[in-house]
Design a binder for this molecule. Structure first.
Ligand code: NAP
Length: 320
């Protein structure tokens, strides 16, 4: 089969399409025929070799994907050959024609959800769910600012927060992104490239502030976020690409909390609980993954450039 292989850390060009041996499942494992693989920013940090988690070289990138079950190992009970599934973690990497997975990392792909949408579920939706509900304990009736709502995590957060009865304000840097965020359910949408958007965001809450802020670029926004929270407000740091100076007094005066998260810290039990909720949302169509770009697997390096560019419009997926 064909797979993207990284032999040394570096730029996007380090990802090459190669012929590798077909995969065979061991006990409790399943081989998936990949129909689409999700591209997440974290895979660019790993490829560059700058991320705390460093894969052993050579490796095939990718955690997310969707496809059909090709073969099952001994003791696999939940899936059979031909089943449609989405992947929430892979032993071999999903940027490939086949992926080896533990049975517990697979979830049924509802008939109404396409393979490209299935590839857009795991990291974006599980992160948005964990940020909103596990970390921030968001509740219906609260207000949430999704600071960076046009990308994979942001669109997922808009849909999840809206379905849970929150008042949702989202931001995007492009007109196209703002239209998407509004279409996916945000009550108000602002432009995070405009310096005035912080004040505009506060005005949408009648100057009470946000109960929850999900922050996709903390090194740019965290200091201002602390002045946008309501009493007892919670900021969840999801994305961060540098350092920033904050005034802790802004949080003190509001009894506010700065929370942070990494999806890698979710236990298998957490993931089972989260994906049970996500599966229900996919089935009843409150969750509708949006794919903005489909790129051939052979052009994975182009996908890694694109995912770091401004103007997000949902997810980027690779097609083997
Ligand atoms: P993505 O699809 O590439 O989207 C990036 C988002 O950031 C877009 O909505 C983009 O908006 C927005 N953005 C750009 N400039 C911004 C600014 N000044 N203020 C606020 N938002 C801004 O990435 P993603 O998958 O949604 O992930 C978002 C971030 O979370 C990434 O940094 C990623 O590494 C991180 N992440 C963390 C975890 C975790 O476990 N902590 C899990 C998943 C992702 P425009 O393009 O419209 O400007």
């Amino acid at each position: 089969m064909k797979a993207i292989v990284v032999h040394e850390f570096g730029g996007p060009e380090k990802m090459r399409l190669e012929d590798v041996p077909d995969l065979k499942p061991a006990v409790g494992q399943v081989v998936i025929r990949i129909r689409a693989a999700g591209v997440n920013p974290v895979e660019t940090y790993m490829r560059a070799g700058t991320y705390p988690r460093k894969p052993t070289l050579p490796y095939t990138p990718g955690t997310d994907g969707a496809g059909t079950v090709e073969s099952v190992g001994k003791d696999v009970t939940r899936f059979g050959v031909g089943d449609r599934v989405y992947i929430a973690g892979s032993l071999s990497g999903t940027y490939a024609e086949q992926a080896l997975c533990e049975e517990r990392s697979l979830f049924p792909l509802p008939a109404n959800v396409s393979f490209i949408q299935g590839a857009a579920v795991h990291i974006p939706y599980a992160t948005a769910f964990r940020g909103l509900f596990d970390r921030a304990s968001a509740r219906g009736g609260e207000t949430v600012l999704i600071h960076g709502a046009s990308g994979g995590v942001g669109i997922a957060a808009v849909q999840l927060a809206r379905a849970a009865g929150l008042h949702v304000v989202g931001t995007a840097g492009s007109e196209r992104g703002r239209k998407l965020v509004a279409a996916e359910g945000a009550h108000a949408v602002l432009d995070h490239t405009s310096p005035g958007h912080f004040e505009e965001a506060l005005a949408t809450t009648r100057h009470r502030g946000f109960d929850v802020i999900l922050e996709m670029l903390a090194n740019v926004n965290l200091a201002k976020d602390l002045s946008l929270i309501a009493p007892h407000g919670r900021v969840v740091v999801i994305g961060n690409r540098g350092t920033i100076e904050v005034n802790p007094r802004d949080a003190m005066t509001r009894d506010g909390s700065i929370l942070a998260m990494s999806l890698w810290n979710a236990t298998p039990e957490d993931l089972l609980r989260i994906h049970s909720a996500l599966s229900a949302g996919l089935e009843n169509k409150t969750l509708r993954p949006v794919v903005g770009q489909e790129i051939p697997l052979a052009e994975a390096s182009r996908a890694h450039v694109a995912v770091m560019e401004a103007g997000a419009h949902g997810k980027i997926v690779l097609i083997p």
